[in-house]
Design a protein around this ligand. Structure first.
Ligand SMILES: Nc1ncnc2c1ncn2[C@@H]1O[C@H](COP(=O)(O)OP(=O)(O)OP(=O)(O)O)[C@@H](O)[C@H]1O
Length: 611
């Protein structure tokens, strides 16, 4: 369906209840996005629809608004309360996020529309059963969780009254190993129901899923680029070798050349911690997000970031990196991999990090799809954003592949720009993968691109979609010594110890282990008095940028760089040691033992209990 053929309807023209319109107004949404104005009328008509639209285009509300409207309509004649809609998502974070959006949009409906998220909010089966016993109108879950309850019997959850099935991020459901669960689950649904598949891409998995549960479906494939316009989202690159990256990053942050909320993407979990330890030495407060963190901590971290407790998050999207696009082997092994990392999590897919101004690719993503997903974390809704990528010479072919993709997206010339440019710029094997040796052809390609990008940067830039970030490497020379020392200090041992410390904190805070420790006090003591972990010593002088290392050009603008991160210690009113400790603890993502957004734990109470 062409977007040009479609008249863009306004919210009040979509036949939505006044209560829903009130909630939309409270969110400050002035008009529906293209996918919303296109999908909502079809879904209200009861059609089965595959909703495909680019990341950040408002797909959640596109299915949530008609869902709420349908429930309000059916409540007019309903004789008994039952579960009438099932929303499936591949991860706990996404389940929780969907619940939040649905609850926000149903805010003005009072208690008429009841929602239960049984995957994102708790791991406790009894609590999940309790939530299901209330027969909420909408149940949100991963396929495995709801299947387990459905198979436990109709007295736990009865899915025979389902009128709508929504599968969010449908392309990931099978890739995350839920194919069998999904097939078994749909057997518990009635013969007739409306089904909606929502995805940023239409993969083979989505097509197969469509065959399993949709009838006479309409596939909405809006003619819009995969990314928002270049006016809304700018793409920039800095040529930086591995040795240069730390100094450049710290200079950009300390000199406030990067402002606002940022997500720094790296390519694996250990690197998340390395970059964190590195930045913390400069007094830059950051938090990390990766699939090896327990779900409640991940969720809490996202919510802390969204609330503004942190300005910078360091995330790894290693699932995407293992096998972009997925493979059968990966699918078959998906669940068994959960030991290494929680398969129900991936940092760059679908998570609505709010108000992100910058995405920084400290490590260049391993393929174009991954770049697009990372970029989709900023410039969401109507906001503006920027993507800044550090590109090493080895990563130039990947940068070139993204460049070509952007050209195709925005209908510009896709042919090589230089006489000696490679005839075909297909991405090479991920140069960041361990033990990758480039083939002869790839080496030649890298060399050609190096000539174009490094030796003739101005010529390259005039035509590029990914603009050269105007930044002279010499200007950060003064940062280099400090940066190199601090980067070296973040050793593998330090990373290991930091992760160990996190695990210990997690164990000590675990509600589930409380009973165990009460009976096994010696274990608790042993854990508490285990050899102290070697953390990197903070050097307060590094937080301050002395005048002599400021680049000349920036002296006037960056005399007093603003402290980075909400928790920066620079010039803040003095507070008592107790209060400071409380604030530190309550802002620490590891200090959660259950998902209790906004509910701060009472630090003193907790201290007393564990004594
Ligand atoms: N009509 C609208 N006007 C303004 N902002 C909107 C509108 N609809 C949604 N948004 C905002 O846009 C952001 C992205 O929405 P959403 O998470 O639903 O996108 P998505 O298409 O599902 O993205 P992804 O594929 O990454 O999951 C959210 O912060 C949401 O609040």
């Amino acid at each position: 369906m062409s977007s040009t053929q479609q008249k863009t309807l306004q919210f009040h023209e979509l036949e939505l209840d006044q209560r829903i319109l009130k909630a939309i107004a409270a969110l400050g949404w002035s008009q529906p996005t293209l996918i919303q104005s296109t999908a909502i009328p079809l879904l209200l008509e009861g059609k089965d629809v595959v909703v495909r639209a680019r990341t950040g285009s408002g797909k959640t509300a596109a299915y949530a608004l008609p869902l709420i409207q349908k429930i309000l309509n059916s409540k007019l004649n309903a004789s008994e309360q039952c579960v009438s809609a099932l929303v499936l998502a591949p991860t706990k974070e996404l389940c929780r996020q969907s619940r939040q959006v649905i609850e926000q949009l149903a805010e003005s409906c009072g208690k008429v529309v009841r929602v239960a998220d049984i995957a994102g909010s708790t791991n406790d089966v009894a609590t999940q059963r309790h939530a299901l016993a209330e027969r909420p109108d909408i149940v949100i879950s991963t396929p495995a969780k709801i299947l387990a309850h459905a198979e436990a019997g109709k007295n736990v959850v009865d899915l025979r009254h389902i009128e709508t099935l929504v599968v969010d991020e449908a392309d990931l459901i099978f890739a995350f190993g839920y194919e069998q669960d999904f097939k078994r689950l749909i057997k518990h649904l009635p013969a007739i129901y409306q089904a909606v598949l929502v995805s940023a891409t239409i993969s083979d998995d989505v097509v197969r899923m469509k065959g399993l549960c949709l009838h006479d479906a309409i596939t909405l494939k809006l003619e819009e680029p995969d990314l928002v316009s270049l006016e809304q989202l700018t793409h920039q690159r800095i040529l930086a070798e591995e040795n240069d990256k730390p100094a450049i990053l710290v200079a950009l942050l300390k000199l406030t050349l990067i402002q606002g909320k940022s997500i720094i993407f790296v390519n694996n979990v250990d690197r998340c911690y390395k970059v964190r330890l590195f930045l913390e030495q400069f007094g830059i407060r950051v938090c990390v997000l990766n699939s090896e963190l327990p779900a409640n901590i991940r969720i809490h971290t996202i919510s802390q970031f969204n609330r503004g407790s942190y300005d910078i998050i360091i995330a790894s999207d290693e699932h995407m990196l293992e096998k972009p696009g997925g493979s059968n082997k990966r699918k078959a092994n998906a669940k068994s991999k959960s030991k290494k990392g929680d398969i129900e999590s991936s940092a760059s897919r679908g998570i609505d990090f709010q108000g992100v101004n910058n995405v920084i690719n400290f490590d260049f993503p391993c393929d174009v799809t991954s770049y697009i997903h990372r970029a989709g974390r900023t410039a969401r809704g109507n906001n503006k954003g920027s993507v800044l990528s550090f590109v090493s010479v080895k990563e130039l072919p990947l940068n070139e592949a993204v460049e070509q993709k952007l050209r195709r997206c925005f209908a510009r010339e896709t042919l090589p720009k230089w006489d000696d440019a490679p005839a075909k710029s297909k991405p090479i094997a991920n140069p960041n993968a361990e033990e990758t040796t480039l083939s002869k052809a790839d080496t030649k390609l890298v060399e050609q691109l190096r000539r174009n990008y490094v030796e003739r940067p101005k010529k390259a830039d005039s035509n590029d979609m990914i603009k050269l970030y105007q930044f002279k490497l010499e200007e950060v020379e003064a940062f280099r010594y400090r940066a190199q020392d601090c980067w070296r200090a973040a050793t593998r041992v330090a990373v290991h110890d930091t992760r160990l410390k996190e695990i210990k904190t997690e164990i000590l805070n675990s509600e589930k282990l409380k009973g165990f420790f009460e009976e096994n006090k010696r274990d608790l003591q042993a854990l508490r008095h285990d050899k102290p972990t070697r953390t990197i010593k903070q050097q307060s002088h590094l937080s301050h940028v002395p005048d002599y290392i400021l680049p000349k050009a920036l002296k006037r603008v960056a005399v007093n760089p603003r402290p980075t991160g909400a928790g920066s210690s620079a010039k803040q009113p003095r507070m008592s040691a107790g209060k400071a400790a409380f604030q530190r603890q309550s802002n620490d993502p590891l200090m959660v033992s259950e998902v209790d957004y906004g509910k701060r734990r009472n630090f003193t109470q907790r201290k007393k209990k564990t004594k």
